[in-house]
Design a protein around this ligand. Structure first.
Ligand code: XLS
Ligand code: NI
Ligand code: NI
Length: 436
């Protein structure tokens, strides 16, 4: 018995289609800039929101109707969810999925039991992967929900929380390797602080650096070759999270000699919370060679928290794809829908509408971005804007041959600077709109 009986394989029907259960833009095999849309976008469905989201919020309990879920913490229930997950992902035609250890398998009464539950479910996940060809984009350990992690995991004041988290990451790395996971993500849910009166920030950061080294060492030991990713987020649940944004993460990685082992998993709503655009985060990570993957969602600019909505804004996805293409596209990463349906969208079919819309919005963004790049108006403008640097003086400064003395000599001779090109922001914003 299918769990989504009213849904068959979602098909591409083209921009004229009014069928809400069809793609208008996502045409997996269509070639854009020499690569199929499937390979550009590498869509991924998340287990946590999509299979485990209840719709609860701080003011009330869950609202979701999930006929397959008996609400229990049993292995049978968890095994059934695997069937549901793969039916949905397959019908969407998404090539990837991602999970936390505790989304897929129930927490046991002991660490040993939790390990065993996870291994049992991993066996089923592997069978489903083999049967469908769906692959694991990334695994991660949930080290923020259980009360034992109230002060954090790697940055906890309680050394046993560090040890517990280490054990969890060890197991999760083994399972991610077993399932062929292409990346392994760390999102530091509670790796931060609420108040500096009670916090030894230096010691916490040292512990976090040590923790990541332990993971890198163990991955090497077991032959896990997936890419490690850190997912920046500035706050929520803590007041301040150490992995605040792309720049803070890269500084941390550099300081702790971890840069060669990590890239970033950037999330749109987290960028917003950090006071940045997603474009900013993507460009920053990209030019540092650290653009790994994205958690594709969007926030509500009128609300100050991580609402994790599905992306439907073509401006946003075009901006994302412009930056992703600029930096060479994904290698191990993908477009991972870390997004949840609204509390009022409580029926299973809402999950399908949400993903179809997200996939289509990104596909459309990809096509628009490719058209913008093909015309080259924006890149040519930027190139011309900086053309004063394409000079002998520019070469001297950029290669370190210039000194304060040589620049003083140059400027004394020249006297004053002449204004060169206008920023033309309005014109460029209008140009961008030409392609929508
Ligand atoms: C929460 C994060 C989380 C990570 C995975 O805000 O986005 O869902 O992606 O732990
Ligand atoms: Ni995320
Ligand atoms: Ni998030």
């Amino acid at each position: 018995m299918p769990y989504f009986p009213e849904v068959s394989q979602i098909q591409y029907e083209g921009p004229q289609s009014k069928n809400p259960l069809a793609f208008r833009w996502y045409n997996a095999g269509e070639i854009v800039e020499g690569k199929s849309m499937r390979d550009h976008l590498r869509f991924s469905v998340v287990y946590w929101h999509t299979l485990r989201g209840t719709g609860s919020d701080p003011f009330g309990p869950g609202t979701m109707i999930r006929p397959w879920d008996d609400g229990s913490n049993s292995l049978d229930n968890a095994l059934r969810r695997v069937d549901v997950a793969f039916e949905l992902i397959e019908k969407l035609g998404a090539p990837y999925y991602a999970f936390h250890d505790r989304d897929v398998a129930p927490e046991g009464n002991s660490l040993a039991e939790s390990h065993a539950n996870f291994e049992r479910i991993a066996k089923s996940l592997k069978e489903h992967q083999q049967a469908t060809g769906i692959k694991l984009l990334w695994g991660t350990a949930n080290m923020f929900s259980h009360p034992r992690f109230m002060h954090g995991a790697a940055t906890s004041c309680n050394i046993d929380a560090f040890a517990y988290a280490a054990a969890q990451v060890k197991k999760c790395l083994e399972v991610t390797k077993e399932l062929g996971g292409e990346n392994y993500v760390f999102w530091g849910g509670r790796e931060g602080y609420q108040n500096l009166y009670n916090t030894d920030m230096k010691r916490e950061l040292d512990h976090l650096g040590r923790f990541f080294h332990l993971a890198v060492d163990y991955a090497k030991k077991i032959g896990f070759t997936g890419q490690f990713l850190i997912e920046p987020k500035p706050k929520e649940p803590t007041k301040h999270q150490y992995d605040a944004d792309a720049a803070a993460c890269l500084n941390f990685l550099r300081a702790y000699d971890l840069l060669p082992h990590f890239k970033l998993n950037l999330e749109t709503n987290h960028a917003t919370l950090a006071g940045h655009t997603m474009m900013h985060e993507l460009d920053y990570a990209g030019h540092q060679g650290a653009l790994g993957s994205i958690d594709a969602n969007t926030g509500d600019l009128l609300l100050g928290w991580d609402t994790d909505q599905f992306p439907t804004d073509i401006y946003l996805t075009t901006q994302c794809m412009l930056m992703i293409l600029k930096h060479g596209g994904f290698t191990s990463g993908g477009v991972n829908f870390d997004a949840k349906v609204r509390r009022e969208s409580f029926e299973p079919i809402d999950l399908v509408h949400a993903h179809v819309g997200g996939m289509d919005t990104f596909a459309r963004g990809l096509k628009i971005a490719a058209a913008i790049r093909a015309d080259g108006l924006l890149t040519n403008f930027v190139k011309t804007r900086y053309s004063s640097w394409d000079s002998e003086l520019g070469r001297q400064i950029e290669t370190g041959d210039a000194t304060l003395e040589s620049l003083e000599r140059y400027m004394l001779a020249k006297g004053e600077i002449a204004p060169n090109a206008s920023g033309r922001q309005e014109m460029l914003e209008n140009i961008f709109n030409l392609y929508l």
